[in-house]
Design a protein around this ligand. Structure first.
Ligand SMILES: Nc1ncnc2c1ncn2[C@@H]1O[C@H](COP(=O)(O)OP(=O)(O)OP(=O)(O)O)[C@@H](O)[C@H]1O
Length: 255
């Protein structure tokens, strides 16, 4: 399989605070790897460093063996890394379908001439894009909402719309930032079933999640952060018994 992502000695400081400090780990291609840790332990900062929203003070991130340092977020996305956000980033004034179409166009970047001149090729492309978009909406149980305004969706559906948009970018690596947050137990079960099938489609998942019960049933490997540093790494079984992990999660149910 091999490594799709490698993080080497990554550090990021905000003033006097080390949000991430000398962090190293790797993510295997085709795996579902989880990143957990108490509030403020550096999970989102790590995601932002991988995606290019923040630049590291030290260390580097390698995607498929190539350093991402100094690349802007849009170039990193084009290499095959997509992400979802804790607060869904969707276009509320557009329909659910249009939101997914935008992601498809972002990936394909149709030629300006074809778009302006409305050539037959442009209409064929548009039809294909709509069919593809409906495929993602069906996968994410959103086909019935396709024509609704995105701003009218409840939170559970919004999270799915973000997932559909991320899938439309056809990522090799998908970073999920608390994608189950605010969902009902039933919605979480559905989401888990959807996510479970993605590695078989060639999408590696790297997932930050607070719902450890949900995560422990799905992840193959778990990396644990505390105060910006890695305190443990292993399979869910080993992590649940790791003394340092139990200590930092004291009072919280680990699984
Ligand atoms: N832009 C910023 N400016 C200053 N401090 C920041 C900034 N972003 C994050 N921090 C701080 O860095 C530390 C790590 O934050 P981060 O958001 O990465 O943690 P987290 O593990 O994702 O937390 P949570 O689980 O609450 O989302 C925290 O102490 C946070 O307050």
């Amino acid at each position: 399989m091999g490594r799709i992502l490698e993080v080497r000695n990554l550090s990021k400081r905000f003033g006097a605070l080390w949000a991430v400090r000398d962090l190293s780990f790797s993510v295997e291609r085709g795996s579902l790897t989880a990143l957990i840790g108490p509030n403020g332990s550096g999970k989102s900062t790590t995601f932002n460093l991988i995606c290019g929203f923040l630049s590291p003070d030290q260390g580097e991130v390698l995607f498929e063996g190539h350093p991402l340092s100094a690349l802007p977020p849009e170039n990193i996305a084009r290499l095959g890394i997509a992400r979802t956000f804790q607060t869904p980033q969707i276009f509320g004034h557009l329909s659910v379908l249009e939101n997914v179409l935008l992601a498809i166009y972002q990936r394909r970047r149709p030629g300006l001439w074809a778009s302006l001149a409305r050539t037959p090729g442009f209409f064929r492309e548009e039809k294909r894009a709509r069919e593809e978009a409906f495929g993602y909406l069906e996968k994410c149980s959103l086909a019935e909402e396709a024509r609704k305004s995105a701003r009218d969706l409840p939170l559970g559906k919004l999270r799915y719309l973000e997932l559909a948009r991320a899938l439309a970018l056809r990522p090799k690596l998908l970073l999920l930032d608390e994608v189950a947050s605010g969902l009902s137990p039933r919605e979480k079960e559905d989401l888990a079933a959807t996510l479970k099938g993605l590695p078989a489609e060639g999408i590696t998942l790297f997932w930050v999640e607070h719902d450890l019960h949900l995560l422990m049933g799905l992840a193959e490997r778990v990396i644990v952060l505390h105060q910006g540093t890695k305190i443990a790494e292993g399979d869910p079984h080993a992590i649940q018994r790791h003394p340092e992990v139990i200590r930092v999660y004291l009072g919280e149910e680990l699984c």
